[in-house]
Design a binder for this molecule. Structure first.
Ligand code: SF4
Length: 273
């Protein structure tokens, strides 16, 4: 993720700056510092490139859905799940990852939520970094990054942006709101709605719709996120020794699940060696 030049915003950055509802107690700004300010340091880079089991499962689930629609006959074949599992090279992965991804593929084979939809975009997860959307308004300018898992059109031509989830975490509506802001730039002539679908639990969210003035307010909030982050990065680059003041830590039992607990001097959890 770039750090220089024009400020940028994304759902990921927003979620690193402000916690989702119910996550306030374990929200830690220092994680943002590691991910967005110190990401080029070799130790941090190594931690960032190592995907955790939940991250790997999320990526494989997305790729599995992509393969089912890329080779559409597999949705109707009794051995479709096994064939997609082979395409994903699941047998090389840990038992936990294999079992959970196979269950996801079975769920999707039984209930393919995109079947019969007019899909205009479905990502495999291999596309790399998204192209920026340039947001130029009178009071602010920033680059917006939004990678959408899937976009299809409803019968009335409304765009439907669908985000796939795995695991148990709650849907964070802010992600859908960022997609709706992006859709306003990418597809200015079409109305858009967004929703989430958990591939592991086969659970749909409600449809998320917003008015034009609500979109303006969200865009404003993203501009604030972009500015705040750029200021923090600037301060850090001016004075790296103030890392923990610019990105204050929130240590606690949640440090057990933090990717940086081996290098964070404030960690409330030290893994055994
Ligand atoms: S180990 Fe704990 S204090 Fe350190 S960055 Fe992670 S969550 Fe924050």
């Amino acid at each position: 993720m770039p750090t220089f030049g024009r400020p940028f915003a994304s759902y990921h950055l927003w979620s690193l700056i402000a916690p989702a509802v119910g996550q306030e107690r374990w929200h830690c700004q220092m994680k943002r510092g590691f991910i967005k300010a110190r990401q080029k340091e070799p130790t941090v880079k190594a931690l960032l490139t190592h995907a955790s089991a939940p991250q790997r499962i999320g990526l494989l689930a997305q790729k599995g859905v992509y393969e089912f629609h890329h080779h559409r006959q597999l949705l109707n074949q009794p051995d479709g799940v096994e064939q997609v599992a082979q395409l994903l090279k699941l047998s090389k992965l840990s038992d936990e990852v294999q079992q959970r991804v196979i269950q996801i593929l079975k769920n999707y084979h039984d209930e393919p939520v995109l079947k019969g939809k007019h899909i205009i975009e479905l990502t495999s997860g291999d596309e790399g970094f998204p192209r920026p959307i340039w947001v130029d308004q009178k009071n602010y300018h920033f680059r917006l990054y939004a990678t959408m898992d899937c976009i299809f059109t409803e019968q009335d031509r409304t765009l439907h942006i669908l985000d796939f989830k795995t695991g148990r975490s709650a849907f964070d509506e802010r992600q859908a709101l960022v997609y709706l802001v992006a859709a306003r730039y990418l597809y200015p002539k079409q109305q858009a709605v967004a929703s989430f679908y958990n591939l592991e639990r086969c659970k749909k969210s409600d449809l998320i719709r917003v008015t034009a003035s609500q979109l303006d307010a969200i865009e404003n909030q993203l501009a604030t996120v972009a500015q705040k982050h750029q200021q923090d990065i600037f301060q850090y680059e001016e004075n790296p020794s103030k890392f923990s003041e610019i990105f204050p830590p929130t240590p606690g039992s949640h440090c057990r699940y933090c990717s940086f607990n081996t290098i964070c001097e404030f960690s409330g959890f030290k893994p055994s060696k």
